[in-house]
Design a protein around this ligand. Structure first.
Ligand SMILES: [Zn+2]
Ligand SMILES: [Zn+2]
Length: 350
């Protein structure tokens, strides 16, 4: 009994000392310094020593809101070079939190010009400028992408000026403010300096979007296809034959119809009806992955993006008996494919 009392008084003493210490300014300052160092420290999981093809989901949701998630964004790292496919709203917060090293970002590639794929381009411009890129931000996109980047340049011209004057031309040179914009051509490789890397754009059908692309990325024997937004017209399946990873958008007609049944305003009901005719259903995504013999399927831009485990189960119900090797991505889902072997490692950035 005496031993127990001694032990309890010891634990209480430690607890009290801890509480008192937390009120000490010097202890607070030390803990804060450690926290800040962790927040601003190295660029894990990027720039490691392994030669891999890596996919990071920097935005997993569609325009239908899902708290804590960003709109469409897929980061691909081949060796030490980074390419970012789409920059939807919120994706720059994720990329900043993941400590993406912008000097290693070689280009941003836009699948199509819906707002949920381009909204964070201006923030990408600022982050890369601050981190010392040496030329205007390279952007590849479909027909009309030039108008988008010119529009952002116009909208942010005062911002460029203010920041240049405040931080100086050495840090933020006006000569590289803005975008270097190149229009994507169907089936023409995106030029790049990354040894062993090929990025092949292919047209997908997202009508009435008049120009939309998917991409096939090949790096030293590892392969990824990104669908962008599209109906199932056969293109994604054709380019996905035997790939390691298919990153595909998907709509659950079942859940969208249920949402229509409880839509509080007629406008939402109409939108939920209209969006059904230009996306690939979750069943079709499973069939594409199965018929193309892909090794793993990563679902993103889910419509709607599940908010909890139950909704996730209902969303995935139609695919369970079609294609087993799938992952419904979250923001921060990471897929690592070493060039040395055939492994596909699925993880999550904390
Ligand atoms: Zn979209
Ligand atoms: Zn779209």
């Amino acid at each position: 009994m005496k031993k127990i009392l001694i032990f309890v008084s010891f634990v209480v003493s430690i607890f009290v000392i801890g509480l008192v210490s937390l009120n000490s300014h010097s202890v607070q300052d030390r803990i804060l310094d450690i926290g800040l160092k962790n927040i601003l420290s190295s660029a894990e999981p990027f720039l490691d020593n392994e030669d891999t093809l890596k996919v990071v989901v920097c935005g997993s949701r569609s325009p239908l809101p899902s708290p804590g998630r960003a709109e469409a964004c897929i980061l691909v790292e081949a060796g030490d070079d980074i390419y970012i496919f789409d920059l939807g709203n919120g994706s720059m917060d994720n990329l900043t939190q993941y400590q993406v090293p912008w000097p290693n970002v070689k280009a941003v590639l836009i699948t199509h010009m819906h707002s949920d794929h381009i909204a964070d381009l201006p923030d990408a411009h600022l982050q890369s400028w601050v981190q010392g890129r040496d030329s205007p931000l390279m952007v590849y996109g479909p027909e009309g992408i030039n108008l988008v980047t010119k529009g952002f340049e116009l909208a942010y011209s005062a911002d460029y000026q203010y920041r240049n004057e405040h931080h100086g031309d050495d840090m933020l040179p006006m000569s590289i403010a803005g975008f270097n914009t190149i229009q994507i051509i169907d089936n023409q490789l995106i030029p790049n300096d990354t040894p062993g890397l090929e990025i092949l754009p292919f047209v997908v059908d997202h009508y009435p979007v008049n120009s939309a692309f998917g991409f096939k990325i090949s790096y030293k024997g590892r392969t990824v296809v990104i669908s962008g937004d599209t109906i199932h017209d056969g293109s994604v399946q054709k380019y996905s034959k035997d790939v390691d990873l298919l990153v595909h958008s998907a709509i659950s007609i079942d859940i969208v119809e249920r949402m229509r049944g409880v839509a509080p305003i007629p406008q939402l009901d109409k939108i939920l009806f209209d969006i059904q005719d230009y996306h690939t259903t979750i069943e079709e995504v499973g069939e594409i992955a199965r018929d193309a013999n892909v090794k793993h399927l990563l679902i993103y831009h889910s419509i709607p993006t599940p908010r909890n485990a139950l909704m996730e189960r209902v969303f995935l119900r139609p695919i369970e008996n079609i294609f087993k090797d799938h992952t419904l991505s979250d923001d921060g889902t990471i897929v690592v494919m070493p060039v040395e072997n055939n492994e596909i490692i699925i993880d999550k950035i904390n």
